[in-house]
Design a protein around this ligand. Structure first.
Ligand code: PLP
Length: 279
């Protein structure tokens, strides 16, 4: 059923609402086509499996539904949030109380970042957590983003674009809704899945692009002091693509301007998705 977002209804007994008992994906379109849809739906299934939610329909049918919702929205480009909750049922933590998993496909017009963000770069702060890599939902895109929200609140209060999440040992994991990369000389590095990150779809495409450009890649833990001393830092996400970071806390990165490798990777990524190299 397709309805206007303001008319769609979800029960107050929905477990996504009551307990954050849900998983989701954020997808965007290029020329009206959902980018990397199959990769996103595969990750959604992995997330659901991690918290023992049975997907409400097969991937091919879900993909059709998502495409139909995008077409119905008639936006120039869309931002799509795909959610699966465990469904409704009486209150209580027992997962068996839920009846049938619920799906919501929310389509909004895409709001791109201004070109200046890519040209001039952004500043970020760091936010220390006690995050442990063995948390139940680690690596799953589960709807509870409270830690990320508090980190982003601190970033915004400091006039920064994003917060980099640090784990208990002070290693940089990822942004609140982004993955993080550093460039040291001719080498690109990003933290491994085992560090407790969400493995981004954009991250995978950036790694592939780097490989095609002949940039050496290392998947390894990133202590904060290495990030601070890196020649270049950038963050990646579906909605933002590749954003150069020119300052971490009070520390300028590189020459306080976006670096050449960041720019080359972003330009190649944009060409791949059919856009002009410059945002
Ligand atoms: N890490 C976290 C915690 C995220 O929430 C996101 C995206 O929302 C990402 C990384 C980037 O993932 P993707 O490139 O798939 O958007």
């Amino acid at each position: 059923m397709i309805s206007k977002p303001e008319e769609a209804k979800v029960s107050v007994y929905d477990r996504g609402f009551l307990y954050g008992d849900s998983v989701f994906e954020t997808i965007r379109t290029y020329a009206g086509e959902p980018f990397a849809l199959d990769e996103h739906l595969a990750r959604l299934e992995r997330s659901a499996a991690r918290v023992a939610i049975t997907p409400p329909l097969p991937r091919v049918d879900f993909a059709l539904e998502i495409r139909r919702a995008i077409r119905a929205a008639r936006n120039p480009e869309s931002y799509v949030r795909v959610m699966i909750t465990r469904g409704t049922g009486p209150m209580g933590l027992d997962t068996g109380l839920a009846e049938q998993a619920l799906r919501v496909v929310l389509v909004e017009p895409l709001q791109s970042l201004p070109a200046t963000v890519y040209r001039d770069g952004v500043s970020v702060i760091t936010f220390k957590t006690r995050r442990a890599a063995d948390e139940v939902a680690q690596g799953a895109k589960v709807s509870n983003y409270l830690t990320s929200m508090m980190a982003l609140k601190e970033a915004r209060a400091a006039g920064a674009h994003e917060a980099l999440i640090l784990d208990g040992s002070g290693d940089v994991l990822e942004g609140t809704t982004s993955n993080v990369f550093i460039v040291e000389g001719a080498t690109l590095s990003t933290p491994p899945e085992e560090a407790g990150i969400l493995v981004g779809i954009t991250r995978a495409h950036v790694l592939e692009t780097a490989h095609e450009l002949g940039v050496a890649v290392k998947i390894e833990r990133l202590p904060l002091d290495r990030v601070r001393r890196a020649d270049e830092v950038f963050i990646t996400s579906t909605l933002r693509e590749i954003v150069p970071v020119i300052q971490v806390d009070a520390q300028p990165i590189g020459g306080h301007v976006p670096g050449r490798t960041t720019h080359a990777i972003h330009a190649a990524f944009r060409r791949k998705v059919g856009l002009a190299a410059e945002p």
